[in-house]
Design a protein around this ligand. Structure first.
Ligand SMILES: [Fe+2]
Length: 461
């Protein structure tokens, strides 16, 4: 039996194969629940090796330590079948096993080479892509898709999703015009592709195009929001556009209605919640009891240190909740993790620790130390994954630290950087006005403040 793209399947159960096909597209389109659908495939055929492999791969892309035990069992179920499991499932199992061992970079390369050898294995392609994201491998996000595209044709189910992935890779590689074109091409073929919507959103975020970004997201809301397990993150992006305009009220509304509307223990959802609350804190917005829910989850993980990028968001939560005890415990956990080696050990050492130490110093009001740590973190931060937009919080915090600490030449440099990327940002212009005021340039401060207000008013209209 073969899957919808012609990959050999080890099952001979038609309904199991149909469920697998559906699950692969759910995974690629970030809609419904591919785990539930894979479970249906496995109910129909418990030895269905490709379904076991897809579930293991999906779990590895979640950055969730609690899913490791189940992933180990999935790998064992494939290995137990010996050669009957088939080549691709066994290669998936080897990659997932390597991931669990802590060598995420090697696991990513195993999925990547599987995708090159079998470009139609959409699960391998997407897992390589998503783990590139977790590892901050910007160019690979783009190049892996370029490598497999020639083996596909437009009539193959899932083809459009490759354009969404390509768009995101191009965006993270700074090729904004190509990224926007690829993302729009993906959406022309399949409007219900939150990853492609998201890639185009990233272009607009990086270019400070808040009007385009809001129109793009609002105009396509019916395509990306319903039934998508990526929706919370797209709402987060919409909130960022409003923050850029200084509209913190709308950002808070979006927090409550879309980014974090209900209790969750999903790591990826929680980190966006924490990072939005932290940005609001940088803008001196009172967020009430909203830190409470992230705190419940992150408190349980203070001695976990599973993934340094998540740890940065745990740190924001501890500091937002004024729990300096937990913040210090987390630093100690990350130091232990860094000494242990492995992919996350490197991430914790190079990117995680300077970032969390910077955040901690910021919360203590030791702005000079904060800037020092965050300046060390910035050039290395891509090593712990996430997107440019997510990691921008580090530069933003450094800028705030320099402003609050009266470190004027440093604040000027950081602000000049931010304004070069987003010259029309009311929020950054207001920071610039604060700097002018701080250095006694009152007339320039007033001019810049009114420029910010005019821009915000024009954009709101
Ligand atoms: Fe994003």
């Amino acid at each position: 039996m073969r899957d919808a793209r012609g990959m050999t399947l080890t099952t001979s159960n038609r309904s199991a194969a149909d469920c697998y096909d559906a699950a692969v597209l759910e995974f690629a389109s970030f809609t419904d629940d591919p785990v539930v659908t894979l479970d249906k495939a496995l109910e129909a055929d418990p030895n269905f090796a490709e379904a076991l492999a897809a579930k293991a791969a999906l779990f590895c892309t979640t950055s969730e330590q609690p899913l490791e035990a189940e992933t180990v069992a999935l790998v064992a179920a494939i290995e137990g079948q010996g050669s009957a499991a088939g080549e691709t499932a066994r290669r998936h199992a080897a990659a997932a096993k390597t991931w669990i061992s802590g060598d995420w970079h090697k696991a990513n390369a195993l999925w990547g080479s599987l995708a090159m050898d079998h470009p139609q294995d959409l699960v391998a392609v997407q897992t390589a892509h998503l783990t590139d994201f977790l590892l901050g491998q910007n160019q690979m996000l783009r190049d892996r898709i370029a490598a497999v595209l020639p083996a596909w044709s437009e009539d193959m189910p899932g083809y459009s999703y490759l354009y969404g992935m390509r768009a995101f890779g191009e965006e993270e590689s700074g090729r904004y015009a190509e990224a926007e074109a690829s993302g729009l091409r993906a959406l022309e073929m399949q409007p219900r592709d939150p990853w492609a919507v998201h890639a185009v959103t990233h272009v607009m975020e990086m270019q400070g195009r808040t009007a385009d970004g809001i129109a793009h997201l609002r105009g396509r809301e019916g395509d990306w929001a319903p039934d998508s397990f990526l929706a919370y993150h797209v709402w987060w992006h919409l909130a960022l556009f409003h923050l850029d305009r200084g509209d913190t009220e709308e950002a808070l509304k979006l927090y409550d209605s879309g980014v974090h509307p209900r209790h969750t223990e999903v790591a990826m959802e929680m980190l966006d919640a924490a990072s939005l609350l932290w940005r609001l804190r940088l803008m001196d917005v009172e967020v009430g009891a909203r830190w409470k829910d992230p705190l419940t989850l992150y408190e349980a993980q203070a001695e976990d240190g599973y993934y340094a990028f998540n740890d940065m968001h745990a740190m924001m939560t501890f500091l937002g909740s004024e729990r300096f005890d937990l913040a210090e415990r987390l630093v100690a956990t990350m130091e232990r993790r860094a000494a242990k080696g492995g992919s996350n050990g490197m991430m914790a050492r190079d990117a995680g620790l300077p970032t969390v130490r910077g955040l901690l110093a910021f919360a203590r009001g030791d702005y000079e130390t904060a800037v020092e740590h965050l300046e060390l973190a910035r050039p290395a931060a891509h090593r712990f994954g996430g997107s440019h937009a997510q990691r921008d919080v580090i530069a933003w915090t450094a800028t705030e630290a320099a402003l609050r600490g009266n470190l004027s030449p440093r604040a000027q440099g950081l602000l000049a950087e931010r304004l070069a990327a987003k010259p029309q940002s009311p929020t950054i212009l207001r920071q610039q006005a604060r700097l002018y005021r701080m250095t006694g340039r009152t007339a320039e401060a007033e001019r810049t403040d009114s420029q910010a207000s005019n821009l915000a008013a024009t954009l709101a209209a």
